[in-house]
Write a protein that binds this ligand. Structure first.
Ligand code: HEC
Ligand code: CU
Length: 489
């Protein structure tokens, strides 16, 4: 992707100044058709193909301005927002985001908005691609069981958001009423292998993120701009996992990106790729070699890249808690052969010991060493309570909250045959650390566990917790046992 850019730069340097000027004026002419070109008679008509995200309709191939007829139906219906979570969405076409509409600059769009008879409310549509009052909002306002029609001329090329603009506007948008309309130049955008539609938006629900059952819209959270969900394509995981977009190594991808808001601005980023080109804010200005592009609420961007290596690309809002804790994540799976010139994968992993020596020490927040004064023994319940907290502070980073560790790196503490077989009940492991080859429940490890600086009472609590909570046969380890072990050494 970089080489392409360098080649182009070199080409421009090589050709003479006059042809550079000629080349520039040509591109300019191509981009700006005159007002009379754009408003000249239309020839023929087509019914617009409309698609649900992440898919994009095929381009219109006629070589002249056409009449494009769009039929869009508003449907209010409960659907999945996350696993076990349902929300009554208000939609343009039955899904969130609404149907993708594709026309060309100079086309005359005859728009029909249908409000399904089962709906509760009036709706309308404000298309940012419209030159005219309210983007068509007043002209399209329509009650349930009715249809409204208006026409507009697509004067400006670009990628535009459309949304409902019926009062209360914020609520209609918050419930899912937005989508994208692409106005292509007459000659079309350059050909690519895949085009996808991804739109970010937020949901403000009565229950917190992941709370099961039917959720209501929460007006106060919307006013405070504190969404429970920030999602790509209308629901958590809508375009990820099994529903991920799929491409092959070597193929080029164009993403039509939108942000329905209603409140947040998206810092759109693809983990594992660099945008070769971004049509900034969905307009005609092209930026190159971009990592993260801003998509305003009610705005868009077009991003292009080629997939050089296999793997899964993660499309995120890089306001990163939204991606990993509120749902703002979509995926593209790239399949094909490895290309080690571009990316090798992990070549090796080895133990890193800064001092070339043996086990390091981790000191826990509280200055703790061998206890000089004896602390009264705790009851089993007190040990379990203290152990739960100490485990989180001292062990969880490696062995994980669930005790299962990380396969291949940190061994499991759950029903560990290695731990149960030790006469010291693990006391020595905590006080002195552990290194060298070990086998835990049939899996081999050769890594280093640092010694953890804890006093006898703390060690007793942690181990009691590990034996009881992680199915190691239970038991109650006393501070006195730890002290005895320490003194023997
Ligand atoms: C920095 C990461 C790290 C921390 C923190 C850590 N361990 Fe370990 N632990 C390891 C590694 C690595 C091994 C395996 C060492 C080897 O390969 O010889 C291990 C092994 C063990 C084992 C023996 C193997 C097994 O699965 O039964 C026990 C028991 C254990 N740790 C308990 C603890 C407890 C309890 C704590 C908290 C006080 C703790 N560890 C903190 C990394 C860690
Ligand atoms: Cu509406």
């Amino acid at each position: 992707m970089k080489t392409q850019h360098i080649k182009k730069t070199m080409m421009i340097l090589i050709v003479s100044v006059s042809s550079v000027l000629l080349w520039q004026s040509c591109t300019q002419q191509e981009q700006s058709r005159t007002y009379s070109d754009l408003t000249s008679e239309v020839t023929g008509e087509v019914i617009a193909e409309l698609t649900d995200a992440p898919f994009v309709p095929a381009r219109i191939t006629a070589k002249h301005n056409t009449k494009v007829i769009v039929h869009l139906e508003v449907i209010e219906q409960p659907m999945r927002l996350a696993d076990g979570v349902e929300y009554t969405f208000w939609t343009f076409g039955g899904k969130v985001p609404g149907k993708f509409i594709r026309v060309r600059q100079g086309d005359q769009v005859e728009f029909h908005l249908h409000n399904h008879p089962d709906n509760m409310l009036p709706h309308n549509i404000d298309l940012h691609a419209v030159t005219g009052p309210g983007g068509g909002a007043e002209a399209s306002l329509v009650a349930p069981g009715k249809s409204a029609q208006f026409s507009f001329r697509a004067l400006n090329q670009g990628l535009y958001v459309y949304h409902c603009a019926t009062a209360p506007v914020g609520m209609h948008i918050a419930n899912g009423m937005y989508g994208l309309i692409l106005v292509e130049p007459l000659e079309g955008l350059p050909a690519v292998d895949h085009e996808f539609y991804v739109m970010q938006s937020e949901f403000y629900t009565s229950g917190g993120f992941g709370q099961k059952g039917h959720q209501e819209f929460d007006m106060q959270k919307a006013l405070d701009e504190r969404p429970d969900y920030v999602v790509m394509n209308g629901a958590v995981g809508a375009s990820a996992g099994e529903n991920a977009m799929k491409v092959k190594v070597g193929e080029s991808v164009r993403l039509y990106l939108g942000n329905g808001g209603p409140n947040l601005v998206s810092s759109f980023h693809v983990i594992g790729e660099i945008f070769d080109k971004v049509y900034v804010e969905g307009g005609t200005l092209i930026n190159r070699d971009v990592q993260t592009t801003l998509i305003p609420a009610g705005g868009s961007a077009i991003a292009e890249f080629t997939c050089e290596v296999p793997g899964t690309l993660h499309l995120v809002d890089h306001s990163i808690f939204r991606a990993f804790n509120k749902g703002a994540l979509a995926q593209i799976k790239v399949v094909g052969d490895e290309n080690h010139q571009v990316f090798t994968g992990k070549e090796k992993e080895e133990v890193y010991l800064p001092e070339g020596s043996a086990i390091q020490r981790i000191s826990s927040g509280k200055q703790a060493a061998a206890s000089s004064e004896p602390i009264p023994e705790k009851s089993l319940n007190e040990r379990l309570e203290a152990g739960a907290i100490l485990y989180k502070q001292n062990c969880m980073a490696c062995h994980m909250d669930h005790g299962g560790g990380i396969p291949g790196t940190f061994p499991t503490l759950v029903n560990s045959d290695f731990l149960k077989a030790r006469a010291d009940k693990g006391i020595g492991i905590i006080l002195e650390g552990l290194q060298g080859e070990i086998t835990v429940n049939g899996s081999n490890y050769n890594n280093i566990m640092p010694a953890v600086a804890l006093n006898d009472d703390q060690v007793a609590s942690i181990l009691t917790y590990v034996f009881n909570r992680f199915e190691n046969g239970g038991g109650h380890i006393k501070a006195a046992e730890v002290a005895e072990w320490r003194n023997k050494k």
